[in-house]
Design a protein. Structure first.
Length: 254
């Protein structure tokens, strides 16, 4: 009997697109994730090669689906915009997210956050920021030749990659764009948009009123011109009548 070896095909590695965990544990954490993600998305809206995502699973090593994390917000420079089920680094020109943010909730343990720091250090993150909205504490790490090092003085810190400024002088973190304008929440943006719409409507109404006034002035001017023409015509008719009288009877006695 001739033995026949059976070729075996390696099992396909599945990379889940969800870890089964909620995006946020509470409304405050959720709001901050949205504020940072949406404002960064708006900041780079005109750059097709900056990818911004929130709560997206990042797989840095091909074939190792257990090596994974989901930053609350991540920014990858040099990667095209577009929808993704997960961020598989080997499909992204082996480009790791350069900047990541984590927003703390009461359920986050120090052990969990230490593991995240090690993960981001090991797999190439350049800037890592953590904000605790309950305690209003903000920390950051910046990559040096020795890896991610803690940023000592972070008050009014400006991100080298993003050029945004972090202000901790108030009751909560304030983030400012490179042009100095503030990061706004969706509610604040919506309120500003509504104000702009109201101002635009008011300007439209004023313009319409000005147009109506101009039209009325035009009509009055045309009416005055018509009255003047009518007066001139009456005057000319009287002159014609007087001239005919003179031609027939001579000059009127003084």
């Amino acid at each position: 009997m001739v033995s026949q070896s059976l070729a075996t095909t390696p099992a396909e590695v599945i990379y889940p697109e969800s870890d089964g965990k909620p995006m946020a544990d509470n409304t405050k954490q959720f709001r901050w994730i949205l504020v940072i993600e949406q404002n960064l998305d708006w900041l780079y809206a005109d750059d097709p090669n900056v990818f911004v995502a929130g709560d997206l699973l990042w797989y840095p090593v091909k074939g190792r689906n257990t090596i994974v994390t989901a930053p609350d917000v991540m920014v990858a420079f040099g990667r095209p915009k577009g929808d993704r089920g997960s961020y598989k680094q080997w499909e992204e020109d082996n480009t790791p997210p350069q900047v990541v943010f984590e927003i703390l909730s009461p359920s986050n343990s120090s052990t969990e956050m230490d593991k995240k720091l090690l993960f981001y250090d090991r797999y190439g993150v350049d800037e890592y920021y953590i904000y605790d909205p309950d305690k209003n504490t903000f920390r950051g790490w910046l990559r040096t030749e020795d890896g991610l090092d803690a940023i000592g003085e972070i008050a009014n810190w400006v991100s080298p990659r993003l050029s945004i400024r972090f202000d901790m002088s108030g009751e909560e973190l304030q983030i400012y764009r490179p042009d100095g304008s503030k990061f706004f929440s969706y509610a604040e943006v919506n309120a500003q948009l509504e104000q702009e719409k109201q101002r635009a409507e008011q300007e439209k109404q004023r313009a319409e009123q000005e147009k109506q006034r101009a039209e009325q002035e035009k009509q009055r001017a045309e009416q005055a011109q018509q009255e003047l023409e009518a007066e001139r015509e009456r005057s000319q008719n009287l002159e014609d009548i007087l001239q005919k009288y003179r031609d027939r009877f001579g000059d009127l006695p003084q």
